[in-house]
Design a protein around this ligand. Sequence first.
Ligand SMILES: N[C@@H](CCC(=O)N[C@@H](CS)C(=O)NCC(=O)O)C(=O)O
Length: 140
Amino acid sequence: MPRPILDEAHIHPAIRDKIANHQQAILDEVKSTVEANDVVVVGMAMNPFPAQARKALDDAGHPYKYLEYGNYLHGWRPRTALKMWTGWPTFPMIFIKGTLIGGYTDLRALIDSGELKKMLATSPGSRPGVTPRRRRPKAT
Ligand SMILES: N[C@@H](CCC(=O)N[C@@H](CS)C(=O)NCC(=O)O)C(=O)O
């Protein structure tokens, strides 16, 4: 799934580091939380959709980790870095076993279809969409 991002060749060398290091702290926090938790909801205050996602998970009995960054009045810079990283344009951003599944509407669909249960029932450490690396056979 290629998505359009500006090629490095078209970015002036003087600003490449600035782009590469932009808002690393929030990206690191989200990445490590997603790594450590099967269900992660990344949201913001005041926005009704993260609250709906959390309620849907509570009602379905799925524990989750919630990260909240700012609200409509502040915190837009770090949130923009998350949008640029995932490509997902709104909050919440919901991760199931390391995979971004979208927002509340998408979560609702997975719960209603029974797919969320299946995703969570896969063996610990297995991540949908990620092909495990095979060990090379030993040379004889
Ligand atoms: N269909 C999405 C809708 C989410 C949505 O529209 N979120 C808006 C809230 S009004 C948002 O994130 N706005 C703040 C922003 O874009 O930074 C979902 O179900 O999660």
